[in-house]
Design a protein around this ligand. Sequence first.
Ligand SMILES: Cc1cc2nc3c(=O)[nH]c(=O)nc-3n(C[C@H](O)[C@H](O)[C@H](O)COP(=O)(O)O)c2cc1C
Length: 190
Amino acid sequence: MNTDWQTDALPELAQRILARLQQAYGTISDPWRLPVLATLGPEGPDARVVVLRDVLKEGRELVAFSDRRAPKIAQIHQHSRIALVFYDGAGPVQLRIHGQAGVQEASDMERWAGLSDAQRQNYRSLATPGTPVDSPSEGWSTTNRSGLEEFAVVRIKVETLDWLWLARAGHRRAQFTWEAGGWSGRWVVP
Ligand SMILES: Cc1cc2nc3c(=O)[nH]c(=O)nc-3n(C[C@H](O)[C@H](O)[C@H](O)COP(=O)(O)O)c2cc1C
């Protein structure tokens, strides 16, 4: 993806970051479609790649899907504060987001309807993700249930953006917080 990050205007930069996020979730080739979600687990920090599935409220809410039984879901229930890291080697540019994650209680029929059967298969494993098995194929055993019961929609309320561009002409870093209905930004030392 080619985003022109060159601007000295913080409001304009915030707009470009949010526009890029809006574009990323629908673009298979965009590296920002695959952020790393960091949570706090019982033994300390934990992190994994997830697919960015939606960007709502002009970038203030992000959506990911998971198996309801996955460890990350219990971790989010325990500690809702999370970080998301987006990276694009073209730039290179990094975006760190901090926010509050929540797991939607009710089944999301609309989003479930949008999944292919292959995608739904991810929610039909017999045992909880992470359960030890004797061989890889044992991990593929599925129930004949639809998978909807295990389909979890994770919503992330974005609180801060921390953007870093390692530009040849000089590295740039900016931080934004949502305040009084807008993104309030400042430049910081990279
Ligand atoms: C390219 C890629 C995309 C992934 N997307 C998701 C995803 O959208 N949701 C998800 O729960 N796990 C996804 N995973 C798997 C997670 O990274 C992780 O291994 C799994 O969810 C178990 O995480 P947990 O034990 O921390 O809950 C993805 C992995 C890769 C490599």
